[in-house]
Write a protein that binds this ligand. Structure first.
Ligand code: NAP
Length: 440
């Protein structure tokens, strides 16, 4: 290993980026590490993706705070690759560059009607309610009685649950003020949760499914005819464990019957693939095709039906957004790499490496593996030190960029928590407001 300090750049102050930074800081104590993020705020999905009513999940941010506060490590927020710095410049500046930019671009349904008004991707919708600055102006149309959410993952369940909660049930969340107002003004009566395969193949988890039963104004509707009597014998033990628990919860919902006194119904509709969104200028109906699951795949039946859908939200997964010159696998929507090696000195970690799968702690193991890969590659190299942060600072100054450092983030954090008034925080959602708070 070189006697000179390694200059390490990590693009993305997201969980995977923080885990890699922490691992490298422990193993190379004299390294200089810059964590760069396009937003003035760190922690990626913990702030901008995790549901605002799942505050327990967000506690992991404390661990990432400790990482960002380590000696030798700098947070450079509000620095965008492609706008303030180029990929080539980052490679020139750092001995080790790690790309951990996550995956927040919505996958497309690829059906007619997808471009109508009142049709949104979950990435857009979640960014809006979680106050990501470039998502805050979405102003989604929630003015009808019926919302269809396509997808059977936890993101679909998060959205349905938040729409189903009363203001009192949202009082302990950090849902942004603009979203609270919009949810309160909405008069939704039916939310349809659409799975193209059956309940056994759903990717949501039991804890999230169970939460529907706790919502005071929601009747959860499940058609018992859609629930299989048992799990098939060829299921792996792990899959079976989850599927059986999910089936138990769904059976309990099915047994509840009509619950007609509740003002809002959430309907689970399985084995229904989206075919077309109908409406003149905005969504009004969703056409679905009945399917059956064969060998784990949805097989179309040719039989279609319609549900009312004044708003359609597709929650069918994400892609990463490449910046110029970054080797990118466009078909899979991830950074092109061999187990995390992008090109000499460049690595990738997290959702942009392996696709949008797994909860925050699942990124840890993957990030530690990437850190080990980096250490193995550099153990035998006497790499000449690159200029690191000094070069980056000069470029940012030349371009009039306005980076936010860790102390700036701490000021934003304090301002938001103070504005919370009983809530965990009231998020600042505009770039200028965030920069003003960082400089206060
Ligand atoms: P996901 O779990 O991959 O679910 C995506 C869903 O979209 C699947 O039901 C999939 O069905 C469906 N889908 C994909 N393409 C479709 C199409 N063309 N038409 C209809 N349906 C389609 O993704 P996610 O919900 O975005 O979640 C991403 C990750 O974040 C997951 O690992 C999730 O567990 C995690 N997460 C966790 C939490 C939590 O722990 N509370 C909360 C949010 C997210 P098929 O299965 O048939 O492909």
């Amino acid at each position: 290993m070189s006697q000179n300090p390694f200059q390490i750049g990590i693009v993305g102050a997201v969980p995977s980026g923080c885990y890699v930074a922490d691992a490298l800081a422990r193993k190379i104590p004299d390294a200089h590490i810059d964590i760069i993020d396009r937003l003035p705020t760190p922690f990626g999905l913990v702030r901008g993706g995790v549901a605002p009513d799942h505050q327990g999940t967000k506690n992991i941010a404390r661990q990432f705070e400790r990482t960002l506060g380590k000696a030798g490590l700098r947070f450079l927020g509000n620095v965008s690759v492609g706008r303030d710095l180029s990929y080539e410049e980052l490679k020139s500046a750092y001995d080790i560059l790690v790309i951990a930019v996550g995956a927040m671009e919505d996958r497309k349904l690829g059906i007619p009607g997808e471009t109508l008004d009142a049709v949104y991707g979950s990435g857009q919708f979640v960014a809006w309610y979680n106050g990501i600055p470039d998502g805050r102006d979405l102003a989604p149309l929630l003015d009808g009685k019926s919302v269809a959410i396509i997808g059977n993952g936890n993101v679909a369940l998060d959205i349905a649950r938040l729409l189903g909660k009363t203001p009192a049930e949202l009082a302990t969340s950090d849902l942004c003020a603009h979203a609270r107002d919009a949810f309160e003004a909405a008069n939704i009566e039916d939310i349809w949760l659409i799975g193209r395969r059956g309940p056994l193949e759903a990717s949501f988890t039991t804890a999230e499914l169970t939460e529907f039963g706790e919502l005071s104004r929601v009747a959860t509707r499940v058609d018992p005819a859609q629930l299989p009597p048992d799990c098939p014998g060829d299921m792996s033990a792990d899959q079976r464990k989850i599927a059986e628990k999910n089936l138990d919860v769904l059976r309990a919902y099915a047994a509840r019957g009509e619950q007609n006194e509740r003002p809002l119904r959430i309907h689970f509709v399985f084995n229904a693939a989206p075919v077309e969104i109908l409406g003149e200028s905005r969504a009004r109906e969703l056409v679905l095709e009945k399917t059956r699951t064969e060998n784990g795949k949805a097989v179309a039946s040719g039989e279609t039906f319609k549900i009312p859908a004044d708003t359609v939200i597709s929650a069918i997964g994400y892609r990463s957004t490449p910046f110029p010159d970054l080797p990118f696998d466009a078909a899979r929507g991830i950074v092109a790499s061999a187990q995390g090696r992008v090109e000499p000195g460049v690595y990738t970690a997290g959702w942009c490496k392996r696709g949008p799968q797994g909860v925050v702690p699942a990124n840890r193991a993957d990030s530690l593996a990437v850190a080990e890969l980096i250490l193995a590659d550099f153990a035998t190299h006497d790499t000449p030190c690159k200029p690191g942060g000094a070069m980056i600072d000069a470029l940012l100054a030349e371009r009039g960029a306005r980076p936010v450092d860790f102390a700036g983030w701490q000021k934003i954090n304090a301002a938001e928590v103070a504005a919370g008034e009983g809530r965990p925080r009231e998020k600042l959602v505009g770039i200028e407001e965030l920069l003003a708070a960082a400089r206060s």
